[in-house]
Design a protein around this ligand. Structure first.
Ligand code: F0G
Length: 461
């Protein structure tokens, strides 16, 4: 199947190069077998993340020139505020330097120590901010999310049974808010249905519990709703996004995803009390509430990106490109998470490297050997990302995944065919790929900075 042609043409290019095999091996060892520690210069095709790696449009580049760099009351803030009001429908917005800045403000505003935060699977920075504020994350995602090979349209859905059992056990006052990621990054970019959002919203409204949407890639979720949910095919993605937001009290946005920018984020809400609290904390941690750690030009680029992102043909192309890569891999027999997500293709590292135990770090190893094979950089989403619990022990997640994430408007189909070929070659010689072990590990969000070494072959079972 030929992927959807790009709804744009290329105006500027950035050269990349593929290092020779021996050099890649040396660079990987220098980086401690952690793809986060590779130099970008040494990477050929960079599928580490879709976060901040987007190509901006000519309209966004032009908007940069309009940036109003005033410390207070910037015109560019007003442009962003107007775009967020139109596109997401929330009246109040607090800009932040990126998504985790918004997570920080929200967690400190709405979590009291000892409270629980139910959510549909954890996200690394989100959970850490909840914990730093004294909260405890509780997973209430549906069971299908843990089965990589199971085809289901909305594997990101909240399990209402799990949520209501939790609320029953602890009481509504113990719940800080329910956090709904739409789509769910760590489950493979799996979406949440509008019906499920509605159920969660009603359940929470009836009990006085607040709902927070993690809208980092909400447009991709809206697109899946349009394509898969009965009764939604005639609605525009723009309309679906607003419908999603109507079922939340607040929304956290890392603009580095959907909004086609390289930096930025915000907290948007209809709750005046949250707005005032977050706006005040913003001054302490991010910068004045009309720039939130960003330059005026960044706010302008976000304002333009927010309007571009909801155009149906743009988002159809974006998700279509991810699907095309996934289909190529599927044809090669490579085990991937199904259905294919909106921001990347997730390799199932347990099925790819069945000879490795979770302590041999299958996903971390696969990401390392993929770089060595073809210069492609991917990201581990397994036990290394999951970190350690309060008892100091590894938190073993059910999923061991390697994410091939597609930056928006950056790579061509030929480049993605090269990626698929490289993964396919690695898959053919999977039996000989060794595991890794930790050499060093920082205290927080260890996946970013840990170092590893290959396990000696003798140590393998
Ligand atoms: N929520 C989700 C679902 C995310 O995927 C991210 C970031 C954040 C919040 C935090 O936003 O990075 O702007 O501070 N995800 C990136 C990724 C890092 O590669 O998936 P941030």
């Amino acid at each position: 199947m030929i992927p959807l042609p790009e709804p744009y043409r290329v105006k500027m290019i950035e050269p990349i190069r593929l290092l020779a095999a021996g050099e890649r091996r040396a660079r990987l060892a220098e980086a401690g077998y952690n793809t986060f520690l590779l130099r970008s210069e040494d990477v050929y095709i960079d599928l580490l993340t879709d976060s901040g790696t987007n190509a901006m449009s000519d309209a966004q580049w032009s908007a940069l020139m309009r940036g109003d760099e005033a410390y207070a009351g910037s015109r560019s803030f007003e442009a962003l505020q107007a775009a967020v009001r139109d596109v997401y429908g929330f009246p109040y917005i607090v800009p932040t330097h990126q998504g985790r800045g918004a997570e920080h403000l929200l967690s400190r505003s709405w979590i009291r120590p000892g409270q629980l935060v139910p959510g549909n699977m954890y996200f690394t920075t989100t959970r850490l901010h909840q914990e730093l504020a004294g909260g405890t994350f509780q997973d209430v995602i549906c069971e299908e999310a843990y089965e990589p090979s199971r085809e289901a349209p909305f594997k990101g859905n909240v399990d209402l049974g799990k949520l209501s059992a939790l609320v029953e056990r602890h009481g509504a006052e113990k719940i800080a808010y329910v956090a709904v990621g739409a789509p769910v990054n760590m489950a493979g970019g799996q979406p949440v249905s509008l019906g499920n959002l509605e159920q969660v919203w009603r359940f929470c409204q009836a009990r006085g519990i607040r709902v927070v949407l993690d809208g980092a890639r909400a447009v991709e979720n809206a697109y899946f709703i349009q394509q898969r949910e009965p009764g939604c095919s005639k609605m525009s993605v723009a309309r679906i996004l607003r419908e999603m937001c109507l079922r939340a009290d607040a929304c956290l946005v890392s603009a580095k995803k959907d909004l086609y920018v390289n930096i930025g984020g915000f907290l948007a809400t209809r709750d005046r009390g949250l707005y005032e609290k977050a706006m005040n904390l913003c001054v302490v941690y991010e910068g004045l509430h009309t720039y939130g750690g960003l330059a005026g030009r960044d706010l302008e680029a976000m304002a333009v990106g927010a309007r571009e992102m909801v155009q149906d043909d743009w988002i159809a192309h974006r998700v279509g490109q991810v699907r095309a890569l996934g289909e190529r891999l599927r044809e090669l027999g490579v085990p991937i998470v199904k259905p294919i997500g909106g921001h990347g293709v997730f390799l199932d590292a347990r099925a790819f490297l069945p000879h490795l135990s979770q302590d041999e770090l299958p996903a971390q190893s696969l990401a390392a050997w993929l770089y060595e094979e073809c210069g492609v950089r991917a990201m581990e989403r397994g036990v290394v990302s999951s970190g350690r619990g309060p008892d100091g022990r590894h938190r073993y997640p059910k999923l061991e995944l390697v994410r091939l994430t597609l930056p928006r408007r950056v790579y061509s189909d030929a480049q993605l065919a090269f990626v698929a070929e490289g993964v396919g070659r690695l898959f053919k010689r999977r039996a000989e790929l060794p595991g890794l072990r930790f050499v060093s590990e920082p205290e927080l969000l260890r996946f970013f900075q840990s170092r590893f070494e290959p396990l000696p072959v003798a140590a393998r079972a």
